[in-house]
Design a protein around this ligand. Structure first.
Ligand code: PMP
Length: 516
């Protein structure tokens, strides 16, 4: 049980709790509003960083025990739930509010992973909650065989965020489903079959999208991926080519290059690789090219600035359509633009979305041109839950909230600040190889040393990961070798939260280096 001792005049509180609870020794400063306290960034890493607090109190947890939950998880939930459980000592989540989560013991966490880049505007955001509650009282479900206002309000609103000719919306229930639909339509429209994606990408786990996904961990030894080919990922940090101006990020790699500003030799090399794939691995006419504007599960991998523009041209010359997977990068996360593709100065023929579209509500979408959409009417496709009234009400409220809360600008400001601070740690520690991303789509690539750039082994990653969690911050992991920490929080985090994380990360890496 948690005990709180607070000093009324000084507004400081000391928590006590279960042995092993990090709050045993944590000192918390109560802020008077939802904004949180400023940490001292330059504190010695031997001190325990202070968690920013907010004026929200979670309900007291009275549910089943942690041991019972694990027992049920092992016996009745499928074995994948245990396989994907993060941490040696897992986190038992009870409640969330904006960028914070509380576990069943009342311990507060700063959530910098957002349920895998999904909680876009904040856990249980009051405006989104209100929209969902209002719709739940009116109509839960009806399907597309009837005409109802929420669907039309939402489709019109979502389409208004896209440039012409991207105006026709298909709603789905998930990202994999959106990408399957995109594959299907690309093939129907072009009459071609082959689809190209990047090595190291993740576009879904369904049997069809598994072919797009290029990461051994997510592949099964069953027939999949017919007609899917992977090309070299233009990764300017880990790949064979890269320099100091390549990517659209406030932080560049520490690699040297002699390219003049505005010309990127790495880009030329990676485009050559794509040309080779087109010349050797697919027929002369292809159906599509799928790419995320910044890789998500792949670890915030960024490409040279002109790569997508040149790749789109090559793909279109071969009859293919260009598909931007905005499942992670959409809805303002990259800060500079609402959609990640806009940062590459391209207009795709199709865009797929999910995750942040519903702030955690299960939904996805595909948007495309009227011409491509028309190809779908050759047959009849029916999806029971697509366009569910509650999903549409939630999606609509998410779009409004992004505008009303200035979420995109916050992503840009806090994300740029956080990356700049993390780059200082990269310069300090031999095992931090790269800090990159845009807005709040951030990756920190961990390596054995700066000369070899070999990935930091999984056991070492796990130590730092657990330590960061024990100090109160939830982050993610990714990359083909599991060597990248992923930071994609609810887009409402503050600079104080960023400061707190930088302190925690500094201390965790410092602790690891001391033990090594
Ligand atoms: N595309 C990308 C870029 C993703 O990150 C994911 C999920 N991690 C998907 C597609 C698949 O989405 P879902 O899990 O909703 O099927």
């Amino acid at each position: 049980m948690l005990k709180v001792v607070s000093c009324v005049s000084g507004r400081w509180a000391v928590f006590t709790g279960h042995p092993g609870n990090r709050l045993l020794s944590a000192k918390i400063h109560w802020a008077s509003g939802p904004s949180c306290q400023k940490s001292d960034l330059r504190s010695s890493p031997s001190e325990i960083p202070e968690m920013p607090s907010c004026n929200f109190s979670p309900e007291e947890y009275k549910g089943m025990s942690k041991a019972r939950m694990i027992e049920i998880r092992k016996q009745n939930c499928n074995p994948m739930t245990m396989k994907v459980t993060y941490y040696k000592k897992p986190v038992f989540i009870h409640q969330g509010y904006m960028q914070y989560l509380w576990d069943v013991d009342g311990t507060q966490y700063l959530d910098l992973f957002a349920g895998v880049a999904t909680v876009s505007v904040g856990h249980c955001h009051p405006k989104v909650n209100a929209a969902a509650e209002k719709q739940l009282k009116k109509l839960w479900h009806t399907t597309l065989i009837y005409v109802y206002p929420t669907l039309h309000e939402y489709c019109e609103k979502l389409a208004s965020y896209f440039p012409d000719p991207l105006k026709v919306v298909f709603l789905t229930n998930s990202g994999s489903e959106a990408n399957e639909l995109a594959m299907f339509m690309a093939r129907l429209y072009t009459g071609n079959f082959d689809i190209i994606t990047f090595r190291g990408s993740y576009h879904g786990g369904s049997p069809m999208t598994m072919g797009l996904t290029s990461n051994a961990a997510y592949k099964y030894p069953v027939a999949n991926g017919l007609g899917c080919t992977n090309t070299m990922c233009p990764d300017v940090f880990r790949g064979p080519w890269g320099g100091k101006h390549c990517r659209d990020s406030p932080v560049q790699t520490t690699r040297e290059c002699s390219c003049a500003q505005g010309h990127c030799e790495a880009n030329d090399q990676y485009i050559k690789q794509l040309k080779e794939t087109l010349a050797t691995s697919v027929p002369p006419r292809i159906a599509a090219f799928f790419a995320e504007p910044i890789q998500g599960v792949g670890g915030a991998v960024q490409y040279p600035k002109n790569y997508l523009k040149e790749a789109y041209k090559l793909v279109r010359e071969r009859g293919g359509i260009c598909i931007a997977d905005e499942v992670q990068t959409g809805f303002g996360r990259t800060g500079s633009h609402f959609w990640g593709f806009q940062g590459h100065d391209v207009i795709p023929d199709m865009v797929t979305m999910a995750k942040g579209i519903g702030n955690g509500f299960p939904m996805g979408a595909v948007i495309t041109t009227p011409e491509i959409a028309a190809s779908f009417t050759k047959g009849v496709h029916f999806n029971t839950f697509a366009g569910n009234p509650v999903a549409c009400a939630v999606g609509s409220a998410v779009l409004d909230t992004i505008i009303e809360d200035g979420t995109q600008k916050n992503s840009l400001d806090v994300g740029t600040y956080l990356m700049t601070e993390l780059a200082k740690l990269r310069d300090k520690y031999e095992i931090i190889g790269d800090v990159r991303g845009k807005g709040l789509q951030i990756g920190v690539e961990m390596i054995k040393d700066k000369t070899s750039r070999e990935p930091l082994p999984p056991e070492d990653m796990a130590e730092i990961f657990e330590d960061v969690k024990d100090m109160g911050v939830l982050i993610g992991k990714g990359g083909v070798y599991g060597q990248i920490f992923r930071i994609k929080p609810p887009m409402c985090i503050t600079k104080e939260d960023a400061d707190f994380f930088v302190e925690v990360f500094n201390k965790s890496v410092h602790n690891y280096m001391e033990r090594r």
